[in-house]
Write a protein that binds this ligand. Structure first.
Ligand SMILES: Cc1ncc(COP(=O)(O)O)c(C=O)c1O
Length: 481
């Protein structure tokens, strides 16, 4: 029998790249294994690997605690007889919530409706209506296994192979480039403006559209992806830019895909508030098709392993919604534990309810820690020679820019790598800190960045390690004069 080789596989799969779990993450796993083995005891220059490469808040070593309310409801959903043990100990609103969901769902071990449990979709619609001040229809809501599943479904649905252009921001979360590669979509990159705090530039988008029109490849631009708050940049869109983006979608008949998974991660909400695209589209009375994504993975909820999220369709014709329903039904249903998580996300305890005080204390503490770390890390990174870093107002990341010595660029090229990859690899080998090089998110030729999360506890020690490494790296490769 002839052996199976990668050449036998779907070539689109071979083109998929996903840096967040790429070379650096693989190396980090190897180092974690080494730290565990007797043979390498004491031989590495650090005691633990710090996973700063991925927004995984509850990861071991980062230790962001789960929200008690969510876990109590989830526990009762998993094992309803638990109520006999906890009924005098846990708040009555937790028990009432779990019983309400049990009455609707039955066992979390059963398949549900393919779009998700109707009652939970109703709660999502109520959450959206309250957030935006405009009604939302539960029939427009699809619960998903995280936002990623929704994004993949929409891209797969919109793409006619090799002909469909999807406008994506650069830098971007590599879910988009990876999924476009998988489904043979054509990325139409538009650059965010770093000197303006990673602002979204309409001119850049128009340039990308013009290029698609004139390059003779017959690409039809079909959708505009906007990530707000941004990953990896943490930038937030202002309402004026959002309005202009909606009009641009009208002008070019584009579907707007609004990735809003970081909507609750706001470090300076008075100065940089979040506005949903749904609100802007409704306020402008715009007819553009909009699909917006949200998730239980981020915010202060951080339940990313539970795989829960939703998307809302707005101005999407009923027959297209029906096609989406057909496609999700092929996968049967999103995980029930994720759906329960979505219910807790969109229906937290209200003021006056017994669980509210603890919920507020826990969520306030996490928000404050994320904001503090972001602020401190940005200030300290900015004080380093050859580093400039936008002090991100949102999301879970910083995306510092590096001016690297020519010696480092040359050394990296000899290894067939980008200089920021070399920087990230050496950072990992010397300190155990795992970050993602900017090449994984897209950047302009000759630029270097890396993305790190603001999820690491012990921020003073952590940033101290980054500083020491950076100065040593500049010395090793010769500081540019
Ligand atoms: C911008 C963005 N969208 C979507 C996702 C995927 O989130 P989920 O865990 O809900 O699939 C992420 C995860 O990091 C993200 O950063």
């Amino acid at each position: 029998m002839r052996p199976l080789t990668p050449a036998d596989l779907n070539p689109a799969i071979l083109n998929v790249q996903y840096a967040v779990r790429g070379e650096l993450a693989i190396k980090a796993d190897e180092l974690t294994e080494k730290l565990r083995s007797q043979e390498h005891q004491g031989k590495l220059p650090f005691k633990r690997v710090i996973n700063s490469n991925i927004g995984n808040p509850q990861q071991k070593g980062l230790d962001q605690p789960p929200i008690t309310f969510t876990r109590q409801v989830a526990a009762l959903m998993e094992y309803p007889p638990l109520v006999d043990i906890v009924k005098d100990k846990w708040p009555v609103d937790v028990i009432a919530r779990a019983q309400e969901l049990q009455a609707e769902i039955g066992s979390v071990g059963a398949y549900s409706h393919s779009k998700g449990i109707p009652l939970i979709r109703k709660h999502v619609a109520q959450f959206i209506a309250e957030r935006d001040g405009y009604p939302s229809d539960p029939e427009d809501i699809f619960l998903t296994a995280g936002a990623s599943a929704g994004v993949a479904l929409l891209l797969n649905t919109l793409i006619t192979p090799h002909k469909t252009g999807i406008l994506i921001p650069i830098p971007q979360y590599p879910l988009y480039t990876a999924t476009l590669a998988q489904f043979n979509g054509v990325p139409l990159p538009y650059h965010l403006s770093e000197p303006d705090g990673w602002k979204t530039s309409l001119d850049e988008i128009r340039t990308a559209l013009k290029q698609a029109e004139t390059d003779g490849k017959g690409i039809t631009p079909r959708a505009l992806v906007v990530i707000n708050p941004g990953n990896p940049t943490g930038a937030l869109l202002d309402q004026k830019t959002m309005e202009e983006l909606v009009w641009l979608c009208e002008e070019h008949s584009l579907v707007l895909l609004a990735d809003e998974v970081y909507q609750a991660n706001l470090h300076r909400p008075t100065e940089h508030p979040f506005h949903s695209f749904k609100q802007i589209v409704r306020r402008l009375n715009s007819p553009i098709p909009l699909v917006s994504f949200h998730s239980i993975s981020k915010g202060v909820f951080g339940e990313c392993g539970r795989r829960g999220g939703y998307f809302e369709c707005c101005n999407v014709p009923v027959e297209i919604r029906a096609l989406l329903y057909k496609m999700v039904s092929v996968g049967l249903c999103p995980p029930l534990s994720g759906q329960v998580g979505v219910d807790c996300l969109v229906r937290p305890p209200r003021e006056g309810e017994p669980s509210h005080a603890l919920w507020k204390k826990e969520t306030d503490t996490i928000h404050a820690a994320l904001a503090h770390r972001t602020q401190l890390m940005a200030a300290r990174l900015n004080a380093l020679p050859g580093v400039s870093c936008v002090n991100a107002p949102g999301a879970l990341y910083l995306y510092p820019r590096l001016e690297l010595p020519q010696g480092a660029v040359d050394a990296a090229h000899k290894l067939g790598k980008e200089a920021d990859t070399l920087y990230a690899l050496e950072l990992l080998e010397e300190t155990g800190i795992c970050v993602v090089p900017g090449s994984g998110f897209g950047q302009k030729e000759g630029e270097h960045h890396y993305r790190l999360t603001c999820l690491c506890p012990g921020v003073e020690e952590y940033v101290g390690m980054l500083e020491k490494f950076h100065l040593g790296f500049l010395k090793k490769y010769g500081i540019n004069s």
